[in-house]
Design a protein around this ligand. Structure first.
Ligand SMILES: Cc1cc2nc3c(=O)[nH]c(=O)nc-3n(C[C@H](O)[C@H](O)[C@H](O)COP(=O)(O)O)c2cc1C
Length: 308
């Protein structure tokens, strides 16, 4: 159908029906959310960050609502890469949606081992999103994404280890002084695309029924949208020659348009999935309607009409 292809995008060679995907960790591996939405309608499916060994994550409390957005301190709870390869990837295959596996390591070697394991299923996996931006683990994570040399080393080694057809996406943290320095470093190291932003380091008081405690973690949701827009715009202005996937506080078509206008080529929706599991479908339908109303025949044209 013509209207279907109208808002398709190609992100470093991954063909997506539309520019909308779930942000890692907010739709798990698709099993629960597929009870609410038609996963095959998504542009791509980005999995929860997976580590080499299973992780229990951090003890509770590890989620807290704030005035605008939530703080999470989950700490990468996941079943480990072997289970993901054996059970989670096969589950998603039936939806015929591009699959992006998110990986996280405590050492650079772990990122490489994860990539090598994924290579065994390389024909089923379209991309690897390299999470060098998680603020909630003791080793690796955000510390790798805050240092241009280490960030570059991780991406170069993952890119070298990855199968030729696998797109490597670097997911960046907003918790840096100069986002362009990090973005440039990962692109020079071979990143095929950049995704930004992960959560913003934050602290809030958790007020329980019987006791209160302080929670340090990552802030997400509408509170961080202006931060994300600024950083996406800065990276876009640097013209690094790779697609940009915008993330942060997106829950409406207007939010998506704002990100496209600031230079994103596609977007991910995170926290909003917890508030309304149908939000990604609503945004996809809304974006299609918007393009038809405005007579944009494709996303490129929409971007050209709106680019700042
Ligand atoms: C509960 C929760 C779990 C998350 N887990 C991950 C994760 O495993 N890997 C990752 O790269 N980002 C993770 N994130 C960050 C999101 O992917 C996203 O970058 C961030 O929340 C900003 O988008 P949003 O404001 O739309 O939520 C998580 C966020 C939340 C709220």
């Amino acid at each position: 159908m013509e209207s279907e292809s109208n808002f398709s995008v190609e992100i470093a060679g991954i063909k997506m029906k539309n520019p909308i995907m779930p942000a890692s960790g907010t739709a798990a591996y698709g099993e629960e959310i597929s009870d609410f939405i038609d996963v095959s309608k998504l542009g791509a499916f980005v999995m929860k960050t997976t580590t080499l060994k299973p992780r229990q994550g951090n003890p509770t409390p590890r989620m807290c609502e704030t005035d605008a957005g939530i703080i999470n301190f989950i700490g990468l709870q996941n079943p480990g890469i072997d289970v993901v390869i054996r059970e989670k990837i096969p589950f998603l295959l039936k939806f015929e949606v591009p699959i992006i596996v998110s990986i996280g390591g405590a050492t650079i070697k772990e990122y490489v081992w994860l990539t090598e394991k994924i290579n065994n299923k390389a024909e089923l996996v379209n991309g690897i999103e390299v999470n060098i931006s998680c603020p909630n683990t003791e080793e690796g994570g955000i510390a790798f994404g805050q240092d241009p040399e280490i960030a570059s080393d991780v991406i170069a080694k993952v890119k070298r280890a990855a199968s030729l057809d696998t797109v490597v996406i670097a997911k960046l943290t907003p918790n840096v002084t100069n986002i362009v320095t990090i973005a440039r470093a990962v692109v020079l190291a071979g990143a095929d695309a950049i995704a930004l932003i992960n959560t913003v380091r934050a602290r809030a008081k958790v007020r329980g029924k019987d006791e209160t405690s302080w929670l340090n973690g990552g802030l997400s949701g509408s509170a961080i949208k202006p931060i994300a827009l600024k950083l996406v715009h800065e990276v876009a202005q640097a013209k690094l020659g790779v697609p940009i996937i915008g993330i942060g506080g997106i829950s409406t078509v207007t939010d998506v348009l704002d990100f496209l206008e600031c230079g994103a080529d596609a977007v991910q929706i995170g926290t909003a999935n917890f508030i309304n599991p149908n939000v990604m479908m609503e945004v996809i339908n809304g974006l299609k309607k918007y393009m038809e109303e405005k007579n944009y025949s494709n996303i490129e044209q929409l971007k050209k009409g709106k680019m700042l």
